[in-house]
Design a protein around this ligand. Structure first.
Ligand SMILES: Cc1cc2nc3c(=O)[nH]c(=O)nc-3n(C[C@H](O)[C@H](O)[C@H](O)COP(=O)(O)OP(=O)(O)OC[C@H]3O[C@@H](n4cnc5c(N)ncnc54)[C@H](O)[C@@H]3O)c2cc1C
Length: 432
């Protein structure tokens, strides 16, 4: 969703600037300085022809008059190219009029005012991880990465943070130096931004017990499209607060500040994670029983995945039992849920762990998303956090490039064809 701004009363038609003249200085009879000056003049004139009178130039000029000119990044610069690539989907063909690297809520207001004046759309960008490329557009990309401050509040039970703080960094700072025994209800992909994640709902590993990420929102501070600043909470602007939990980013305003409830770690620091496989012929039964895991009262995180890359192909369940003191207790809890009553399962992994971060590691990329046992040497939380933090500060474009190269080779067409064939053979779908 992009914020569409109608031209305001100050909308002005594009102005033709007077040309730029360089002072001529004759220094020697060869006239080389003069020729040099003429070259610069022509170069600047060329620049002028490209930029002046365009929405980009008009936006820059407006931002300058508002005192925020230095936060504008225009097309044709290496910084602009780098900023485009700093999105999960960076190759969808967007050519933003400009990036605005907002330093403050006043900066956001200025950018909205100028976008209105130039009559272009605005798309806020926080972590840039929209899988639809929603935080790039052909208007002004309001990049909030600079607004990444955080402060623990209310006796260490909540945290107030700027829109630009990625969730991995929040997890890192909370566990490393935040209130003892607390953690933020965030997902495990470090560079995902909190506004996009929270406004869209926010699926987390522990959501069965604590709800979605956005169920832990205490307040969201917005700049609305008309430039006004509002707070939304359970007591203020309650409709907007309701919409902030799942309504999605980019629709109701620019969220620049978030207050989030922190959670107690202790139930999650007693866990056991698991992985089970069934032959693929059991897939329909497993899928039918899948929703039953919610009966566990949120004490089991469970994900399903089919794997046609192994022979014979399998349907795989993996996840974490929370609040258990042993692998046996986990197994007992699993046995009580119908999905695990489907016969023929093969136990691949059931290992007792003690730390929330161990479980997150198993479920995240480090554990190949529930597919591999983290190395036995992994006992050091700080090392894991450093790894998360290191990943978060890497450019998204690197990650994007890796993803593209991965999908160029895997999964293959045969992989999908196998799924389609299988579904057709079982009658799961008549038109695969
Ligand atoms: C690798 C990966 C892993 C993921 N894992 C999970 C997961 O575990 N759980 C889960 O729930 N989701 C997950 N997601 C989905 C993710 O939560 C959404 O894509 C989310 O929108 C990303 O937020 P962002 O701030 O990084 O995105 P952005 O691309 O910056 O923004 C997403 C949308 O919100 C708008 N927006 C951005 N900032 C603001 C703001 N400050 N105010 C108002 N609107 C704004 C944008 O314009 C855009 O429309 C994952 C995505 C990826 C790519």
């Amino acid at each position: 969703g992009h914020l569409y701004l109608k031209p305001g009363p100050h909308f002005s038609h594009k102005l033709i600037d007077p040309p730029i003249f360089l002072p001529h200085r004759r220094v020697d009879s060869s006239g080389s300085m003069e020729a040099f000056a003429s070259m610069i003049y022509l170069a600047l004139l060329g620049l002028f022809v490209v930029v002046s009178g365009t929405p980009s130039a008009d936006f820059l000029r407006c931002a300058q008059t508002q005192g925020f000119g230095s936060y504008v990044v225009l097309p044709g610069t290496s910084q602009y190219t780098a900023l485009i690539q700093d999105s999960w989907v960076s190759n969808a063909g967007w050519t933003p009029v400009a990036f605005f690297e907002a330093p403050s809520s006043n900066g956001i207001k200025a950018a909205l005012k100028c976008a209105r004046q130039v009559s272009v759309v605005v798309c806020p960008r926080s972590g840039g991880h929209s899988k639809m490329g929603g935080s790039l557009c052909n208007g002004i990309v309001l990049d909030l990465a600079r607004m990444n401050r955080y402060q623990f509040a209310q006796g260490g039970t909540s945290v107030v943070l700027g829109a630009g703080l990625p969730q991995g960094e929040l997890l890192y700072h909370t566990v490393k130096q935040g209130p003892l025994g607390k953690f933020p209800p965030v997902g495990e992909c470090p560079p995902v931004g909190l506004p996009g994640f929270m406004l869209g709902g926010g699926l987390i590993e522990m959501d069965g017990r604590y709800g979605l990420g956005c169920d832990n929102l205490l307040q969201v501070q917005y700049v609305l499209a008309n430039g006004s600043q509002v707070s939304a909470s359970a007591t203020q602007n309650t409709e907007l607060f309701w919409a902030s939990c799942g309504g999605g980013g980019g629709y109701f305003g620019v969220a620049f500040g978030i207050t989030l409830r922190l959670r107690d770690r202790s139930p999650y620091d007693r866990n056991s994670y698991f992985r089970y496989d069934w032959g693929i012929s059991r897939a329909a039964q497993v899928l039918r029983a899948y929703s039953s895991w919610t009966l566990s009262g949120g004490k089991i995180s469970l994900k399903l995945k089919s794997d046609f890359n192994v022979i014979p192909p399998v349907i795989r369940a993996f996840g974490v039992c929370w609040e258990v003191d042993s692998a046996n207790a986990c197994e007992a809890a699993l046995n009580a849920t119908p999905v695990f009553k489907v016969p023929g399962r093969i136990k691949r992994l059931n290992q007792h762990t003690t730390s929330l971060l161990d479980a997150l590691k198993f479920m995240s990329k480090s554990g190949n998303y529930g597919q591999k046992i983290p190395p036995p040497s992994f006992t050091n939380e700080v090392a894991f956090l450093d790894q998360l933090y290191g990943a978060a500060s890497k450019s998204n474009s690197v990650r994007w490039a890796n993803t593209v190269s991965k999908y160029n080779s895997l999964p293959s067409l045969t992989y999908y064809q196998n799924i389609v064939n299988y579904c057709a053979s079982t009658g799961i779908s008549k038109s695969p």
